[in-house]
Write a protein that binds this ligand. Structure first.
Ligand code: SAM
Length: 218
C-alpha cells in the first residue's frame, strides 16, 4: 500500500498522547493501570487505519484494546477514529511489534489479533512475517496460557505458511475457516482490508489458535 507522507503526523500524535501512548516500554506490566481497570487486554498487531479496533472496542466495552501500528502516516487515521468513537477502552502504540516483549510483561495480554498482515512473499523476508516463529515466541511470552491468536487474511500463501508455522511451533488450531463471509459470523468485525478484498470477491481465511502447552518460561 502506498501511503502519503503526512508532515503533520508527529504533531498530531503528540496532541493525542492520551490515546497513542509514547514510550510504551514504560508501561510494561502496568497497562491495566493506564486503563484504570482490571479488564482483559486484547492486542491487535498492524492496526492500520483502526476500523477493526474501534469496532471491537464498541462491541466489547468490558475489554481493553491496544493496537500496534508502525507507520505514523497510517496510525493517525486510527487515532482519529478512536477520538471520534469516544471509546475509552482503546490505546494505540506507534512502534514495531518486533519489540513486543519490551512493551508487555509476561501474561499481560489475553488475545492477539493479526489482521491482513503484510505477506512478505519473498523467502528471504520470511522473518518479517508476523506469524514467523520469532514473533510466536514473543506472543507466547506476553500472552496468558489460555490466550488465543486470531489471524485473518485474504492471502492464501500466507495463510498456508502460517498454519504450518503455528503447527510446527506446537500450537493447537481451534478453527480454520476458508471462506469467513459465508459463515455470516455476527461477532466478526470487518477490517479496512477485509472490506476491500471481499468486495473484489476474494475469500477471507481465518484461523484461531492457542499455545496449548506449559509455557516455556515455567
Ligand atoms: N489490519 C489492517 C486491515 O486489516 O485493514 C491493516 C492491514 S495492512 C496490510 C498491514 C499493516 O500492518 C500496515 O499498516 C503495516 O504498517 C502494519 N505492520 C506491518 N508490520 C508491522 C509490525 N512489525 N509492527 C507493527 N505494525 C506492522
Amino acid at each position: 500500500m502506498r501511503v502519503r507522507h503526512k508532515p503533520w503526523a508527529d504533531e498530531f500524535l503528540e496532541e493525542n498522547s492520551q490515546i497513542v501512548i509514547p514510550s510504551a516500554t514504560q508501561h510494561k506490566g502496568n497497562w491495566r493501570q493506564l486503563f484504570g481497570n482490571d479488564q482483559p487486554i486484547f492486542l491487535e498487531i498492524g492496526t492500520g487505519k483502526g476500523q477493526f479496533i474501534t469496532g471491537m472496542a464498541k462491541q466489547y466495552p468490558n475489554i481493553n484494546f491496544i493496537g500496534i501500528e508502525l507507520n505514523k502516516n497510517i496510525i493517525v487515521d486510527a487515532v482519529q477514529k478512536v477520538v471520534d468513537s469516544e471509546q475509552r477502552n482503546v490505546r494505540l502504540i506507534n512502534e514495531n511489534a518486533k519489540d513486543l516483549r519490551e512493551m508487555f510483561g509476561d501474561d499481560e495480554v489475553n488475545s492477539i489479533f493479526l489482521n491482513f498482515s503484510d505477506p512478505w512473499p519473498k523467502s528471504r523476508h520470511e522473518k518479517r512475517r508476523l506469524t514467523f516463529s520469532s514473533f510466536l515466541e514473543q506472543y507466547e511470552q506476553v500472552m496468558t496460557e489460555q490466550g488465543e491468536i486470531v489471524f485473518k487474511t485474504d492471502n492464501k500463501s500466507l495463510f498456508e505458511y502460517s498454519l504450518v508455522s503455528f503447527s510446527q511451533y506446537g500450537m493447537e488450531l481451534d478453527e480454520v475457516v476458508l471462506d469467513l463471509h459465508v459463515l455470516n459470523d455476527p461477532t466478526n468485525v470487518v477490517t479496512e482490508y477485509e472490506e476491500k478484498f471481499s468486495l473484489k470477491g476474494q475469500p477471507i481465511y481465518r484461523c484461531k489458535t492457542h499455545f496449548g502447552r506449559i509455557k516455556k518460561s515455567d
